[in-house]
Design a protein around this ligand. Sequence first.
Ligand code: ATP
Ligand code: MG
Length: 468
Amino acid sequence: MTAPASGDSIRRRLLIWLLAALVSLGVVALFDTWREAVATANTVSDRVLAGSALAIAERVVVSENGTLEVDIPYVALEMLTSAAQDRVFYRVDGPQGTFVTGYETLPTIANHPGEGSAFADAEFRGEKIRLAALGRSASTGISSVPFVVTVAETTIARGQLSETILLRSALRLAILIAVAAAVVWFAVAASLSPLARLGAAIARRSPSDLHPIDEAVPAEVRGLVDTVNSFMARLGTALAGLRHFTGNASHQLRTPLAIMRTQFALSARADTLAAAREAARTGDAAVAHAERVLAQLLLLAKIEETATERAMQRVELAALARAATAERIPEARAAGIDLGFEGHEPVTIRAEPLLVGELIGNLIGNALAYAGRGAEVTVRVAIRSGRAVLEVEDNGPGIPPERLDTARRRFWRGPDPQRPGAGLGLPIVEEIATLFNGALALAPGSRGGLSATVTLPVAATPEPATAA
Ligand SMILES: Nc1ncnc2c1ncn2[C@@H]1O[C@H](COP(=O)(O)OP(=O)(O)OP(=O)(O)O)[C@@H](O)[C@H]1O
Ligand SMILES: [Mg+2]
């Protein structure tokens, strides 16, 4: 037995879930790391930028004619050019924004506070730059002249630094995800190995071995195993029932076969023609009995398979019962029984018509067989309390009340087992009724005898066909 190739696997599912979760978390973490890296790179480089602005500011002096003069110390800019690709710019501005020296086109920070440093991002000559502006004043001894030193550098080194940080954490994350995936891969294999053992243990069993599975399994699988165990227990009960039934059935057939053999032997050894005829008659009755048993057994086997949902249809019970009754009138007349039908309104049920026919036939057959000469048998169809009711009532000897339950059992036959009957009619009626969500009730008839009543759900009225 192979499993249907659904392509589904616990391992794949777990991996997909885990990877989806890890990757989403990873993306969030990387985004956070990126922001952190940029901030760190900025802080570090800003400090250097501020230092170099300070170094320049310290070299700003006021000349004798009152103008500002700067002697740019090369160390001041050198400390910035450690990252070779970056370029460095500066400018010094005097009071009211008068340009003193440096790159005149270099942007400055507007609204710069008089003293202290400020930072900003800007663009210069088509490149991204970071600006640091430092406000100071140079003193002549009499007056002090305020000025602003602006130092800028391109941001290549900063970008590289944050990129390196980002790449490293991405790599760490990728390794983490790969390791987690590998762990899941092997952990699932290890966790599922008890299932493989369980499968092997079941495969080793003989088909008749329905003992509960007692293999050690993980707690998650325990429920499944319990379900299988309870299923096997039910299967065991059903199989035992079937074995019992088969035993009974073969016994029911063996008896008439034995009678036939005896009668054949008797007729072969008979001295007179009359004795041979008598033996043949008895043998023939045994054949009829075997025939009946076989017919009923076949019908019983057919009940379940016939009533598929597709075979179910709307059945007019009253018409069906009326026809079935009419069919049996010659037989009833021969048996000296007055067979009649009562039912004035159509009663529609949902069922399989052949099985309903067998149900009615069995009930009428019983009445004709057991009510006795001179009896009256009435077949009724009506709706009572919203349910379809089929009743076959006779005024024969009936079944004693304490035997009414027993009469439903398979192979139970009344006090006169010589009559040809399989003892399966009432069980068949009950099974068919149950199949169509109905029930069989046996009760003493209103005028003695037996009343066998089958109640069934009335079919829902069909939607009226809408005219186009
Ligand atoms: N209308 C009835 N009046 C009296 N006894 C009945 C009536 N219907 C059934 N019985 C008793 O119940 C027994 C069981 O009936 P059931 O129809 O199950 O089996 P059967 O008639 O013996 O065999 P078959 O399977 O051929 O119908 C009968 O043998 C008979 O003794
Ligand atoms: Mg019967």
